[in-house]
Design a protein around this ligand. Structure first.
Ligand SMILES: C[S@@+](CC[C@H](N)C(=O)[O-])C[C@H]1O[C@@H](n2cnc3c(N)ncnc32)[C@H](O)[C@@H]1O
Length: 243
């Protein structure tokens, strides 16, 4: 069921998870937060509006950043967020590291999970927090219908399971505090947003091939009950490796 009609996340976890991360991590106006791959700015705007923290948001896509910047202006929080167009791989870790890094919407898979975790820890204070959300397989690969594996490009991303993700986090020096699967409403909010975007006549979703791809993804997810085989994992983990 759709529970957030205004969501502009391009991933299934959404506002409640971002705010949970902020609350649990004790984010305050004195805290510094980095959003890797901010997309339309949903996550970082929710954090800045709720906690008045100092934020940096990075994305490779200028069209996405344009939408994110105007969202921040509408919410009157643009003074709290420094948006910049960059590939996170090209940014050197700052002298003053962050209290919380957001990597929502499969950023860790997009960066390569091991590399993504190393990049995230490089930006964090010792005992800083990482909030991530990412696609995982809920069962053995051989039990997942080929069409479902294909639509999420498993051949390229080789998705983890929750257990293997936990192992990766541990090896990279992160201690799990919250690890949970996103409920069905998270997927419904995400696909409701994607369905709205398919009406776009400008930007990323205006492209006919993008529209076809998302039509197919939504169809496969609901027709083949993709939620039986794939899940979206949300994690709030703390970087514990000593420096
Ligand atoms: C699936 S979207 C997630 C957006 C947002 N975090 C959310 O959950 O709604 C992934 C975003 O990451 C950006 N991105 C992908 N690779 C990146 C990189 N190497 N550095 C910075 N941004 C990146 C894309 O442009 C896109 O906006």
């Amino acid at each position: 069921m759709v529970t957030d009609l205004t969501s502009c996340y391009t991933s299934p976890a959404g506002k409640e998870f971002t705010l949970l991360a902020g609350r649990y991590a004790g984010i305050s106006p004195a805290s510094r937060v980095l959003d890797i791959g901010c997309g339309y700015g949903a996550g970082i705007c929710n954090l800045a509006a709720e906690f008045r923290c100092r934020c940096t948001a990075v994305d490779t896509s200028e069209p996405n950043l344009t939408i994110a910047r105007s969202r921040a202006e509408e919410l009157r929080i643009s003074h709290l967020i420094d948006f910049s167009q960059a590939d996170i791989n090209d940014i050197a870790p700052p002298e003053d590291p962050y209290d919380l890094v957001l990597a929502e919407g499969g950023l860790l898979s997009l960066l390569g999970r091991q590399a993504g975790l190393d990049i995230s820890s490089g930006f964090l204070k010792h005992r800083g927090w990482l909030a991530f959300s990412d696609l995982v397989l809920l069962t053995e690969e051989r039990k997942v219908p080929a069409e479902v594996l294909h639509i999420y490009d498993n051949k390229y991303y080789h998705y983890e399971t929750e257990a293997s993700y936990r192992q990766l986090l541990k090896n990279a020096g992160f201690e799990p505090h919250i690890i949970t699967l996103v409920p069905p409403s998270g997927w419904d909010n995400y696909y409701a947003h994607m369905a709205r975007r398919l009406e776009d006549s400008e930007g990323f979703f205006a492209d006919r091939r993008v529209k076809e791809l998302f039509h197919r993804e939504i169809d496969v997810f609901y027709r083949l009950e993709g939620f039986r085989y794939i899940g979206y994992l949300f994690g709030l983990v703390r970087y514990e490796k000593s420096v």
